[in-house]
Design a protein around this ligand. Structure first.
Ligand SMILES: [Zn+2]
Length: 411
C-alpha cells in the first residue's frame, strides 16, 4: 500500500502540526524542492504556450464573491468573512478560487480582439473550509496552491484553446510519469438547478456543454451528472491511486457565466463591444494533490528531474571522505541535487539501504578516489561500474534536462 502520508513522512516531504491546524500542511526542505521544481516546470510549459503570469491577493471583498456567484452557490465551502474595523462594515474573505481576481485583472484594461486569446496564469493560494473529519495528508486540505489559468477569448476560439489545454495536460502527464485513467464530462445534477448548487441559466449550460463535447470529440470520455462547477460544466481529468481510488487532478472549463457577471468586453473587428468567453484550466491541479499523486504513483521513487535528492555520494572509508565531499560540491555547482552520506552515518550497506529511493549512488573507495571516478549504483539495482565523476554528473544533468524515465541509457 503506497499511502502518500506514510511515504511523505518517510521521505521528509511534508507534515502537519495541530497548532498550525488540521488541513494546513507545511513543506519540509525535500518536499519544498519537489514543489519548487514542479511549479517551475508548470510555469515553463505555460510560458512556452503563450501564457502570461500574474500574482493576485488571497483575500477579496465579500462583494467580489457576491458578483462571481460564489456567495450564493459555494459559501458552504468558504471560510466565514472577516469584518474589518472602522465601522464601515467592510468584510473580506479568504478566496475560494482565483477566477474572480483574474476577471478583474482582465477588466482593468480595455482589450481588442487582436489581443485575444489572452492567457493569464497564476500558481496561487486559495482556501476551502473542509470539515475537519475529512482532512488528511495533502489530498484534503484547507489551504490549496492551485495551478490555475484563465483564457479570455472569442467564442470561436474557445474550443481550440480548451483542446490546447488538454494537450498541455497530456504532455505534463508524460513528463511526470503519470497516467490519466478517465476523461469525465462533468454536468450539473439531475434535479434542475440542483437545489441552488448551479446557476439557473439553461441556455448557458447548453452552449458550454456543446462546446466541451466538441473539445472531447474523438477522446474516450464519460458524462457524469452532479460534478459540474456551479457556473458551468467541465472536463475533469481523472487519475487513480494504487488503491484504486479515483480523483480529479486537472480540469478544463468553458465559462459564459463569469464574463457576464463581471461585464467583460473586448472590441471586435467591427468596432463594437463583445463578450469574451473564459476558459478555466489547470494542468496539474493543486500542487498538494499533484505531489500526493506523484508520491503514490512512483512509490516515492521520483523521476530524476523531480527527485529531491538525485545523487548520494558514499565514501567507503574515512580516507575518501574529502574526495566524496568534493564530488558533492562539483555536482551542486552543475545543478545536480547531491548529498554526502559519510562513514559516520553507518556501514556502507546501511547507507545504501537508506538511500534506496535516490536515483544515483556514487560509491568512492580508494581506487575510485585515486582516478577521480565513482562506482555507480542505480536505484533499479543496476551497477554500471566505475565511471569518471565528470561523466556521471553529465549523465545525471542530461537525464534531468530531458525528463526521461531511463536512468542509464547506453552511451
Ligand atoms: Zn477559474
Amino acid at each position: 500500500m503506497q499511502d502518500h502520508r506514510r511515504l511523505g513522512r518517510e521521505l521528509g516531504l511534508f507534515d502537519t502540526d495541530p497548532l498550525m491546524g488540521a488541513g494546513l500542511p507545511y513543506w519540509l526542505p525535500d518536499g519544498a524542492v519537489v514543489r519548487h521544481v514542479l511549479e517551475e516546470y508548470v510555469r515553463e510549459v505555460e510560458r512556452e504556450a503563450g501564457y502570461r503570469h500574474v500574482y493576485s491577493p488571497v483575500l477579496g471583498k465579500r462583494e467580489l464573491y457576491e458578483i462571481s456567484g460564489h456567495w450564493d452557490h459555494y459559501s458552504d465551502d468558504m471560510f466565514p468573512p472577516m469584518r474589518m474595523g472602522g465601522g464601515a462594515g467592510e468584510e473580506v474573505v479568504l478566496r475560494p478560487s482565483l477566477c474572480p481576481h483574474h476577471a478583474l485583472i482582465y477588466r482593468s484594461r480595455s482589450h481588442s480582439y487582436r489581443e485575444l486569446p489572452l492567457r493569464i496564469a497564476e500558481l496561487g493560494a486559495m482556501y476551502r473550509s473542509e470539515p475537519s473529519g475529512v482532512l488528511g495528508g495533502l489530498t484534503r486540505v484547507r489551504s490549496i496552491q492551485l495551478n490555475d489559468a484563465h483564457i479570455f477569448c472569442t467564442p470561436d476560439q474557445a474550443v481550440g484553446e480548451a483542446r490546447a489545454a488538454l494537450g498541455l495536460i497530456r504532455r505534463a502527464y508524460d513528463d511526470l510519469g503519470i497516467r490519466a485513467t478517465r476523461y469525465r464530462l462533468s454536468l450539473p445534477g439531475g434535479g434542475q438547478d440542483g437545489r441552488g448548487k448551479y446557476v439557473p441559466d439553461p441556455e448557458l449550460w447548453r452552449r458550454a456543454t456543446g462546446l466541451l463535447e466538441e473539445v472531447l470529440d474523438g477522446v474516450d470520455h464519460e458524462a457524469v451528472e452532479g460534478e459540474a462547477a456551479f457556473y458551468g460544466p467541465k472536463i475533469d481529468v481523472q487519475v487513480t491511486d494504487p488503491a484504486g481510488r479515483e480523483s480529479t487532478l486537472s480540469t478544463v472549463q468553458i465559462d459564459f457565466h463569469q464574463p457576464e457577471r463581471f461585464g467583460l468586453r473586448y472590441i471586435g473587428s467591427d468596432g463594437r463591444k463583445h463578450r469574451p468567453v473564459m476558459v478555466h484550466r489547470s494542468i496539474i491541479g493543486s500542487v498538494e494533490r499533484a505531489v500526493a499523486h506523484l508520491v503514490e504513483a512512483h512509490a516515492g521513487a521520483f523521476p530524476v528531474w523531480l527527485a529531491p535528492v538525485q545523487l548520494v555520494v558514499l565514501p567507503v572509508g574515512d580516507g575518501q571522505e574529502e574526495q566524496a565531499l568534493d564530488v558533492v560540491r562539483r555536482a551542486r555547482a552543475r545543478g545536480v541535487r547531491a548529498e554526502l552520506s559519510g562513514c559516520g552515518d553507518g556501514t556502507l550497506g546501511a547507507r545504501v539501504r537508506a538511500a534506496r529511493l535516490v536515483p544515483y549512488l556514487a560509491v568512492i573507495g580508494e581506487r575510485e578516489a585515486d582516478g577521480d571516478r565513482a562506482a555507480v549504483r542505480l536505484r533499479d539495482g543496476r551497477r554500471p561500474g566505475a565511471v569518471p565523476v565528470a561523466e556521471l554528473l553529465g549523465r545525471i544533468g542530461a537525464r534531468a534536462a530531458d525528463r526521461g524515465a531511463e536512468l542509464w541509457a547506453a552511451a
